[in-house]
Design a protein around this ligand. Structure first.
Ligand code: ADP
Ligand code: MG
Length: 696
């Protein structure tokens, strides 16, 4: 017996030789040891289990697996390097042509009149004679006669098809894997025995062997399920142990953290009461902050659910304990809004608030930095400029990051390096599906605000067909007459200068059209090429009601908060992704007024595009939208996922195996709750694996 981990120390040179080219080709696939080799998941399988004659209709691919007699051979093309072999299927009698491009030697090795086993992919073609360009002709023994032409001489079983790189060929990899499997002694299971029974998993040894040399298609399915279960089990085991501090955190005494005077003053000064969810999240944050270990928490909640307010109260909590707080937003626009908002709420409590971005320079900047060093500033709000080299804090205790998915890993790392392990709260309105949240953000704790502040009416969403367009403009007009406001948003189509130019032309034309149509109401055009102070001036006017509508490229995507804005018109809506659409819609319905979102698809709307609009129309729940997004786009595209270990998963598919992920997760938390130290006999195997596994 050996363990899977023992295989990490056996280099593939044992089966693949020392050829430099071969080894570097394997390296490109991440394969250096036996462990890597048997973890190389086949891309698919060639099914050679049964006879498929030339000319028969095959449901899942134009492949043929049969016995043929060679009838004729000839050369064709320039230089006569290409050979054509005409064969006749011994069962169906149908003739086929095998085209060997640049393979003149075939003419010599293939003998007319002899029988061969043929495995081939058909070229889709107009000719009535089936033609094959990729084929394998295997000579049958001399003793072969038509009477022996049984199914058994056809069957080549199920053959794995591996990912390749460099000079590797399918046959090489197949051979190396087979040799390795022959050498590897029986593998010990890597999960507690009870789980094999409960989930009917294949034993580890059998699973790997079935993966590479399956007898039946069902074996492959079972093998993948079993290997996948183990994979997500350990991923989540590591994540949960890390987030619990690996130190018996499950038995920690409950703490009742303090609520400071200034926090009470702040909440009392608000014209509304905090929602239950806001209170709950705040108490989670306060609890985290009272622990020795620093907080690392993700706060997810839909746009307008009141996250920013929660963050500001948490900031006051931290400031009351004598620390400084940094609040980072992804754009200057947003940062400025947060700063204005925070100054309004906090300065009257005697808290000093400052703003910093790339435009703050010279004397102003050096004075600000000095105040920061001398702890004359309690809360600083800004862009990633907050974490430039020359910015030093007297006592940074808490970092808030808004819309965290927009930040790269590097920026976050730079930020953590500034304080002595500050508490960190990241906020996002682009939720990730519940089932995945904790797993993806391994060492993060997750808080969720589910309910919207009271008094808000759900936004009504319409998909506007071309003939309803005029009616839509009329509806918006009525809203403007009531003193409400509207957004008109255009997508930026494409990445290049030219595309930007043409998108800009679209909004400009639109703006001209609307200014005519909505006279005497005033609107403005806002787009990414405008200087920042110009954007700010426009937004201020919109905020104060001097402007009735904004026509824009997607710059209004995040953070703008105007309670009297009741209409969101999204032109060419099918060009936006689901989460962007959801964010845009979140710009309205932020007060107590009924709001509307109009989705106007382009002329040539794709099926996918229409699907997205239908999803948006069917629900206002950001979590459901996130899950649909995952299904529609596949996991690779979901923000946040790319940097997570999920992209390294071999046997599990994020969109198809959600149930398995959930089951593994449940088992992990059950085990850790009952046996945090993993001391029970049945859990010894987990300890053993954890010692060896690389962090993901
Ligand atoms: P988010 O950051 O989640 O998008 P905000 O914190 O910006 O949401 O809140 C959106 C708006 O709702 C703000 O105007 C805020 O003052 C208001 N708000 C926050 N909490 C409540 C509440 N409990 N009741 C009513 N309004 C609230
Ligand atoms: Mg926000």
């Amino acid at each position: 017996m050996s363990t899977l981990n023992d295989l990490r120390s056996i280099p593939i040179t044992r089966v693949a030789g020392n050829g430099k080219k071969t080894l570097s080709s394997y390296q490109a696939l991440g394969v250096e040891t036996f462990y890597d080799l048997i973890n190389l998941r086949p891309r698919g399988y060639e099914d050679r289990t049964s006879r498929v004659c030339i000319g028969s209709q095959v449901p899942d691919g134009p492949w043929t697996n049969t016995i043929v007699r060679v009838q004729a051979k000839s050369f064709f093309g320039k230089g006569l390097k290409n050979v054509k072999i005409t064969v006749r299927d011994t069962l169906s009698g149908v003739r086929g042509e095998l085209l060997g491009f640049n393979r003149p030697y075939l003419d010599k090795t293939i003998v007319s009149g002899n029988f061969y086993k043929l495995y081939a992919y058909q070229i889709p073609e107009f000719s009535h004679v089936p033609r094959f360009s990729r084929f394998e002709l295997t000579a049958l023994p001399d003793s072969f006669s038509l009477t022996e032409n049984s199914e058994s001489s056809i069957s080549g079983g199920l053959r794995p098809v591996y990912p390749l790189s460099g000079n590797l060929t399918q046959n090489m990899v197949r051979k190396h894997v087979a040799l390795a499997l022959k050498e590897i002694p029986t593998l010990e299971n890597d999960l507690p025995q009870t789980l094999y029974e409960k989930y009917r998993l294949m034993n580890l040894d059998a699973a790997f062997r079935a993966l590479h040399a399956p007898e039946r298609a069902e074996d492959i399915r079972q093998a993948l399920r079993s290997l996948g279960f183990s994979e997500v089990f350990y991923m989540q085991m590591m994540a949960m142990r890390r987030s619990s501090g690996q130190d018996g955190a499950f038995s920690r005494r409950p703490v009742v953290p303090q609520v400071y005077e200034k926090e009470k003053q702040l909440t009392d000064s608000l014209p509304f009461k905090l929602t239950e969810d806001q209170e709950k999240v705040l108490s989670e944050i306060r609890k985290d902050m009272s622990q020795q270990r620093s907080m690392n928490r993700l706060l997810q909640g839909d746009v307008g659910s009141g996250k920013t307010l929660v963050a500001l109260i948490a900031a006051v909590h931290c400031i009351s304990e004598g620390s400084q707080v940094a609040f980072m937003a992804p754009t200057e626009l947003l940062a400025r809004q947060h700063a204005i908002n925070a100054a309004k709420l906090l300065e009257r409590l005697g808290i000093s608030v400052a703003y910093l971005d790339g435009t703050v320079t010279g004397k102003a900047r050096s004075l600000l930095l000095q105040n920061l060093r001398e702890h004359k500033i309690d809360l600083i709000i800004g862009t990633h400029a907050l974490f430039s080299k020359d910015v030093q804090y007297a006592k940074l205790g808490f970092v808030i990051v808004d819309e965290q998915h927009r930040f790269g890993v590097e920026q976050r790392r730079a930020l953590f390096a500034k304080g002595q392990n500050p508490d960190v709260l990241m906020m996002t309105a682009t939720p990730i599906p519940r089932t995945l949240a904790l797993t993806i953000y391994g060492d993060l704790n997750v808080s969720t605000i589910k309910t919207m502040p009271g008094g808000r009416l759900p936004v009504k969403t319409f998909i506007v067909s071309p003939e309803k367009r005029q009616a839509m403009y009329d509806a918006v007009y009525v809203e403007l007459q009531r003193g409400h406001q509207a957004y008109f948003v255009y997508p930026r189509i494409g990445d290049g200068e030219e595309e930007e130019e043409s998108s800009l032309k679209d909004v400009t034309t639109m703006y001209a059209f609307l200014s005519e149509r909505y006279k005497p109401f005033r609107g403005e055009l806002i787009h990414s090429r405008l200087p920042d102070d110009e954007k700010i001036r426009i937004l201020d006017q919109f905020n104060s009601g001097k402007l009735s509508y904004l026509v824009s490229t997607s710059v209004v995507e995040v953070g703008i908060d105007v309670p009297t804005a009741t209409c969101m018109v999204i032109e060419q809506a099918d060009f936006f992704g689901l989460s962007a659409l959801h964010q845009l819609r979140g710009r309205v319905g932020r007060g107590t007024l009924q709001s509307w979102c109009f989705l106007a698809p382009g002329d040539q709307v794709s099926k996918d595009g229409m699907n997205r609009l239908e999803v948006l129309k069917s629900t206002n729940d950001g979590f459901i939208i996130a899950e649909k997004d995952l299904l529609l786009r596949g996991p690779g595209e979901i923000s946040g996922l790319r940097q997570s270990g999920f992209t390294n998963l071999r046997f599990v598919s994020l969109d198809k195996d959600l149930n398995m992920i959930a089951a593994a997760r449940e088992e992990v938390s059950r085990i850790l709750l009952a046996d945090p130290g993993l001391l029970e006999a049945d859990h010894a195997v987990i300890r053993r694996e954890l010692l060896e596994l690389k962090p993901f």
